[in-house]
Design a protein. Structure first.
Lengths: 365, 322
């Protein structure tokens, strides 16, 4: 059973399109991440689930019931805001208890639940304090506590980690994953951070300009990006992408690009039939560029490139190469010694090649 | 440590700091501070502290018609004026006037601010209308209400007439009924004062309302709050500093109102609107009893001070400052 369903949802703010024809089924107990650059409509989509925005078109369903006209408080959702939205005039205790009080629980029950949530989040010592007297990380915990204590059917999180420093973010990320496992509840999590998305999500839904680009498990999204946008957005350093023309030569099909000509395999050839006018885009990830020959596996292209920039990161080295007027980025072993100006052959394997239609951006094959 | 010292290269001897008398630095810092304070101190001195001290001093004298202390009477004049029935009457009128104007003005201002803060078509128009009385002078407002409240030609009585209610002699009737302490006259003056203050109150509260982060409301709505709960648990607490400010300013305004009373009723009828400020004016500039006026002025000062301290004391604890 799907717990939350976007059924062809669109949201316009005047002329501005925030979300367009968005359809997505979110399963019970799933951790789904809405990912995209800022302004892509992911927060709007989340706010539509919360009831803070009404869809202009389409339906939003929670537990198979259309909730378009249902007030936020009757949707049984809890939301964690980017800036936490803690009530500054209330103590931590009152902040966590607020939702329970609004729902008319009795005092003893509230006290038990608040203390239990505070215990889990390590907030017991801070219950009397006001949000103004807490650190960023502590405030974030209070915001989480306020959501957890309510035991809703779905948790909505709008970039809850973006105001934390890097170290705390990594730590809280892990805690959220554990929390999801313990609570056994559905999480809808909005972020622009692909690392958060990859590490936390059971599935990732990628949005761009209000349109859903791809939904799938992190691995699938990374290995088989559905279009050029997803290919370029997921992964760091970003995928190398070059416009190419499909040409057949000696019984093989090649993608001719500025950096070289890439031989395609049978599956890609079949996909390439769909390419409009033979105009395509080839792509390969930085970790799939090999120095020299990579024995045994079918090679798509070997590119002689000039070393431009070497960035040593300790565990790996990022190397920027130039070839004609184009730039390639490779993720190489940390021990590789390359000097700027040096020319080296780079190998791309057929199995690592991604092919997209240039006009529509869609994946081919 | 000491042996290794001998081995190190000799450092140049530290240049001794020029020693000054220890209090010289303090003095120059104090002088600098005073320099910055000089202008406000002068202004306050001339317009606040000197008149205050002089009033207290004048209270000890029976003065001549030119305001010079004539005969030293000690506390006799204080005792006499402060225990007189007309002072007690004006004290009562003043407190009643404040009770009429302050809570009503604040609640109306809050309602207007809440209405004007709605994201509706034409909200800007109403924001302007609600706060426009801030631009009206006391004299203009008073003359306007003088016409509105005119017993025969005023619109207020006309409206009452439409509902078959008896006409009211707003500005000349001291009592609603024989036994009551207040009447239409004080009500009329209060109405004018509320009208005058409403623009300021609305403006301050509207500004404060717009400073409340929208996210708090959204969070509370998801948490299950009804519109009433939002007002009670989010809006009012977040507005509390502005509300305290408005109450204190409105109270001080009420205690110091003069213009509208002068134009509408001249303290009458039968002292029904003779607030302390107006009695000071009558004593000093009609009866030329400067000493007695000074005593009333000191009494008013103490009253306002006490009132403000009480408000701070009892309300400040409920105020939340971010």
């Amino acid at each position: 059973m799907s717990l939350v369903t976007f059924d062809n949802v669109s949201k316009f703010f005047g002329e501005v399109v925030a979300v367009k024809d968005f359809s997505l089924e979110i399963h019970d107990r799933e951790f789904i991440v809405l990912l995209g650059p800022s302004g892509c409509g992911k927060s709007t989509a989340l706010r539509i689930v919360a009831g803070l925005e009404l869809p202009t078109k389409g339906n939003i369903l929670i537990k198979d019931r259309v909730v378009n006209d249902v007030e936020p408080k009757r949707r049984d959702v809890a939301m964690v805001f980017q800036n936490y939205a803690l009530y500054p005039h209330m103590s931590v205790y009152d902040n966590i208890a607020f939702g329970l009080r609004m729902r008319g629980l009795n005092r003893r029950e509230i006290d038990r639940l608040v203390k239990e949530a505070a215990q889990n989040l390590g907030l017991l010592e801070l219950l009397r304090r006001k949000p103004g007297e807490l650190s960023g990380g502590q405030r974030q915990r209070v915001a989480l506590g306020r959501a957890i204590v309510r035991r809703p059917v779905v948790y909505l999180m709008d970039e809850p980690l973006s105001n934390l420093d890097a170290k705390l973010r990594v730590q809280t990320r892990a805690e959220l994953i554990k929390m999801h496992r313990q609570l056994q509840t559905t999480f809808i999590y909005v972020t622009h951070d692909q690392v958060e998305a990859m590490t936390m999500g059971d599935r990732i839904a990628i949005l761009e300009q209000g349109l859903l680009q791809q939904v799938g498990p992190p691995q699938e999204v990374y290995d088989r990006p559905a279009n050029i946008f997803v290919a370029g957005f997921i992964g760091s350093p970003a995928m190398n992408l070059f416009p190419a023309r499909l040409e057949s030569r000696d019984g093989d099909l090649f993608a001719e690009s500025e950096v070289g000509s890439f031989r395609l395999d049978a599956q890609q050839v079949r996909g390439a039939m769909d390419a409009s006018d033979g105009e395509a885009v080839v792509g390969f990830r930085p970790e799939h560029l090999y120095l020299g020959a990579e024995g045994g596996r079918p090679v798509s292209a070997t590119i002689d490139s000039v070393v431009d920039l070497v960035e040593y990161l300790g565990n790996e080295t990022h190397v920027t190469f130039s070839r004609s007027d184009s730039t390639l980025v490779a993720r190489l072993d940390a021990r590789v010694k390359l000097k700027p100006g040096e020319t080296v052959p780079l190998t791309v394997l057929v199995e690592n090649l991604h092919l997209f239609d240039r006009a529509s951006g869609r994946r081919l094959g | 440590m000491e042996s290794s010292d001998a081995a190190t290269v000799a450092l140049p001897a530290p240049v001794p700091l020029r020693r000054r008398h220890p209090w010289l630095g303090e003095l120059s810092r104090f002088g600098g501070g005073m320099l910055f304070l000089a202008i406000p101190l002068c202004l306050f001195g001339v317009f606040v502290f000197y008149p205050l001290v002089k009033s207290v001093y004048l209270g000890f004298f029976v003065s001549d018609p030119f305001g010079h202390g004539q005969e030293f009477v000690g506390f006799d004049q204080y005792r006499e004026v402060l225990t007189s029935p007309d002072f007690r009457k004006s004290l009562g009128v003043t407190v009643l006037f404040a009770l009429y104007t302050v809570p009503t003005g604040m609640i109306l201002g809050l309602v207007f601010a809440l209405l004007a803060n709605q994201r509706l078509r034409g909200a800007l128009f109403f924001r302007t209308v609600f706060s426009s009385t801030i631009a009206a002078s006391v004299a203009v407002a008073a003359v306007m209400w003088l016409m509105l409240l005119n017993p025969s030609a005023g619109i207020v009585n006309w409206v009452l007439g439409q509902f078959d209610l008896p006409r009211v002699n707003w500005l000349t009737d001291p009592q609603w009924r024989q036994s009551w302490d207040s009447g239409p006259a004080l009500m009329a003056v209060s109405l004018t004062t509320i009208w005058l203050n409403i623009g300021f109150t609305t403006l301050v509260l509207l500004a404060a309302l717009q400073n409340i982060p929208q996210e708090l409301y959204e969070s509370a709505r998801v948490d299950g709050a009804s519109p009433w709960s939002l007002l009670r648990h989010i809006t009012l607490p977040m507005l509390s500093p502005a509300l305290l400010f408005v109450v204190i300013v409105a109270s001080i305004n009420a205690f110091q109102s003069f213009g509208q009373i002068h134009i509408l009723t001249r303290g009458g009828p039968l002292d029904a609107t003779n607030v302390i400020v107006y009695s000071i004016y009558t004593d000093a500039f009609i009866n030329f009893e400067y000493g007695a006026a000074a005593v009333r002025a000191v009494a008013l000062f103490v009253l306002v001070l006490a009132f403000t301290l009480v408000q701070f004391r009892f309300l400040a604890g409920k105020v939340f400052y971010r």
